[in-house]
Design a protein around this ligand. Structure first.
Ligand SMILES: Nc1ncnc2c1ncn2[C@@H]1O[C@H](COP(=O)(O)OP(=O)(O)OP(=O)(O)O)[C@@H](O)[C@H]1O
Length: 274
């Protein structure tokens, strides 16, 4: 992932250790990867390998114990203060007493000053319509299905036009059909707003469908075992699933994941699991 302009995300030898003494857990060994501006990159790896930890480091919610993380050349804390970063968690976390429209416009209203310094923020009514929520704007979150709520959370995250959008398995609780429709909508917004996305998923096919590159991590302590560039044409609609190349990428990533599991087993057998 070489680039001439500064990386949108740079993670260099990032290490993260939790706990003390006998309960020490090395969550991340030394994680290295970069994401160029405007790219869609997914993180995939075995459960507990530290994917969410990487997102928390990039979001500035935690700091690495060694190594460094930069977002557009700034520390994550500074990037957050400048509203460069948006975050979509696994569950939508909408405020139950506000309508959908008020929920998605809340960050813009709170951050009026910060958003004035940057590109004008998008028309949220328009984004809600594009995300298929035109009729749901005045409803309360509890009146929406889980998929609709997650869609609203995604629209909300795009509201401040963050340079970098971090997404932690945002579709994991949704059925296959809703998931695919949300993937389409996410790709539409990403394409239109030229945001950089770092996306955590457990699904190999989701990673291949969405991404420009997939960062494959090993079992804990997490490290990057491979970065697979996904050279498939866009837009990536339903026809993609019929393509041989799509399945070849799935097989390649599954193979890398199997390798990552095997190397972790060997490390554990040698007493280096922690
Ligand atoms: N606050 C914490 N205190 C102690 N250990 C933690 C903490 N947060 C994470 N861990 C440990 O660090 C490791 C990495 O956790 P993390 O949630 O980043 O993994 P993950 O790859 O996102 O997992 P999953 O795919 O299951 O969501 C795990 O072993 C987890 O138990």
């Amino acid at each position: 992932m070489e680039q001439a302009t500064p990386a949108a995300i740079e993670v260099s030898a990032a290490r993260r250790v939790y706990g003390y003494g006998a309960s020490t857990t090395v969550a991340l060994g030394a994680v290295d990867f970069t994401v160029a501006p405007g790219r869609f990159v997914s993180l995939i790896g075995p459960s507990g390998c530290g994917k969410s930890t990487v997102l928390r480091l990039v979001a500035g919610l935690e700091t690495p114990d060694a190594g460094r993380v930069l977002v557009h050349g700034a520390t994550p804390a500074d990037a957050c203060a400048a509203k460069l970063i948006g975050f979509v968690p696994q569950t939508p976390a909408l405020l139950p007493w506000l309508s959908v429209l008020k929920n998605v416009t809340l960050p813009q209203r709170i951050n009026r000053k910060a958003s004035k310094r940057r590109a004008p923020h998008p028309d949220m009514r328009e984004l809600l319509r594009k995300a298929g929520l035109g009729d749901a704007m005045d409803k309360l979150p509890a009146q929406l299905s889980g998929g609709m709520q997650q869609r609203a959370a995604i629209v909300r995250a795009f509201g401040l036009r963050p340079e970098v959008l971090l997404m932690d398995e945002p579709f994991s609780s949704l059925d296959e059909f809703t998931r695919e429709s949300l993937q389409d909508q996410l790709l539409g917004l990403w394409n239109e707003l030229a945001t950089t996305v770092l996306f955590v998923t457990h699904s190999v096919s989701e990673a291949v469908r969405l991404s420009d590159a997939v960062v494959v991590m090993s079992a804990r302590p997490g490290r990057v075992v491979d970065v697979v560039e996904i050279d498939l044409p866009r837009p990536r609609g339903e026809r993609l699933f019929e393509k041989r190349e799509f399945h070849a990428y799935e097989d390649l990533i599954r193979d890398r994941l199997r390798g990552a599991w095997r190397s972790a087993d060997i490390a554990k057998a040698g007493g280096a699991g922690r």
